[in-house]
Design a protein around this ligand. Structure first.
Ligand code: FE2
Ligand code: FE2
Ligand code: FE2
Length: 409
């Protein structure tokens, strides 16, 4: 039987508070941990940060003092969860090493979601985005070898390939073309709502991370590359957040946030290879079950609806970190030259795209090209980690004027 979080009682709120000793978790060992354990930690940090920022926005839009107090109480516990989760990352690791892990998350989480998503319009959104984070991984891996003299294969451990995707320079689109059409909250499958929330949260965390760590580097090429990719993460957050139906009520959104936290902790509890970390996922699941119960009561009181109408009857299949190499190769072969126009996708280098390209890239090469050029000068070739034979994409292809494609709502 699949797990229904609405039928399980969690830990009462007044027993969830943790003291300094309980918050003081040992970090994972960066040299021996499963890369996908690190990916699960990064994903859950993104999810917890979204839970926090959503709750703050809710509180700022809410006049009911009882609700504000309830939000503050749960939010403090979410903060403790965030502290435990993100403090599992070791301090011995550089921001760039964490960056490479962030891009590994973006690649394998988004690819998995694209494979599982039932709505073709949403699937196209994930397929489109994943080829860009795939290329970011390649650019940062080249930067990593240049400034830290280490290879990204130590971090991704052969689970994810590091090869060119859709070239980063072509990711700079007019902002209006990053806004997708939302799903319909009344007809979409619950899994689609959870997918959108998960990927939006992960990309938002990446955007926030780059805007803060980027200027900490002294090497000009590092500072420049973080600026460029940081701006693309702004595009990605716009792209993914616009998939969510803005007609969802605040109560409905609160339930979905808590339900999604339950879904992901439950998923990771089932798939975690590290027993110590698995116990943390299990503890947090038992906390989230109670957060969810509180949110469901608010939904009943204020919206007069039952949570099942919003969440569906049980959790979908567990979100799984696993290699997606063949799937990504297939996308590289078929979708590398796509860009967006309005709410859809085209292979056409249209006027608004060209204008944006000229504004950003017209005066000299973007940092994402310079980093590869400098790497080739220093090492004779660019850095790649190809585990499935030769990489088929030799030319960096621009969107070509060959007509429109699918993916229209
Ligand atoms: Fe949480
Ligand atoms: Fe991204
Ligand atoms: Fe929560």
């Amino acid at each position: 039987m699949s797990f229904n979080p609405l039928e399980h009682r969690g830990i009462p709120l007044d027993r969830q508070l943790r003291n300094w000793r309980e918050l003081n978790v040992d970090p994972i060992d960066p040299d021996h941990a499963d890369p996908y354990t690190r990916c699960r930690i990064i994903t859950m940090n993104g999810i917890e940060v979204e839970a926090l920022m959503f709750s703050h926005q809710f509180a700022r839009n809410c006049a009911d003092m009882d609700v504000k107090r309830q939000l503050a109480e749960v939010r403090y516990l979410e903060q403790q969860q965030q502290k435990v989760v993100n403090w599992l990352l070791p301090g011995t690791v550089s921001a760039l090493e964490t960056t490479i892990a962030y891009e590994q998350v973006a690649v394998d989480l988004t690819a998995w979601v694209a494979r599982m998503e039932p709505d073709p319009y949403l699937t196209q959104a994930y397929q489109f985005g994943v080829l860009e984070d795939f290329d970011h991984l390649y650019r940062y891996a080249n930067l990593y070898e240049m400034i830290q003299h280490r290879k990204a294969e130590k971090i991704v451990n052969g689970l994810t390939e590091v090869i060119p995707g859709r070239p980063t320079k072509y990711h700079h689109r007019h902002p209006a073309d990053n806004v997708r059409a939302p799903y319909d909250r009344t007809t979409t499958a619950p899994i689609s709502k959870l997918h959108a929330l998960t990927i939006m949260s992960a990309e938002q965390q990446t955007m926030n991370f780059y805007m803060n760590v980027g200027p900490q580097y002294m090497e000009p090429i590092a500072r420049q590359l973080y600026q460029e990719i940081g701006l693309i993460e702004e595009e990605h957050v716009t792209h993914y957040e616009s998939l969510v139906d803005p007609g969802e009520t605040w109560w409905e959104r609160l339930v979905l946030h808590e339900y999604n936290e339950c879904y992901l902790y439950h998923s990771f509890m089932q798939t975690e290879s590290d027993r110590r970390i698995k116990a943390i996922w299990e503890l947090h699941l038992n906390m989230e079950l109670e957060h969810l119960r509180v949110a469901c009561d608010l939904l009943r009181t204020h919206d007069g609806r039952e949570p099942e109408e919003v969440t569906g009857p049980a959790l979908p299949e567990p979100v799984t970190f696993e290699p997606n190499k063949a799937y990504l190769r297939e996308l590289l072969d078929t979708q590398i030259d796509l860009t967006t126009l309005g709410e859809g996708y085209v292979r056409d280098a249209h006027e608004r795209f060209e204008r944006m390209q000229e504004a950003l890239n017209g005066d000299g090469p973007p940092p994402s090209e310079t980093v590869i050029d400098e790497h080739r000068e220093r090492f004779g070739q660019d850095y790649r980690l190809s585990t499935e034979g030769e990489h088929p994409v030799e030319e960096l292809r621009a969107p070509q004027p060959t007509g429109t494609t699918g993916g229209q709502r």
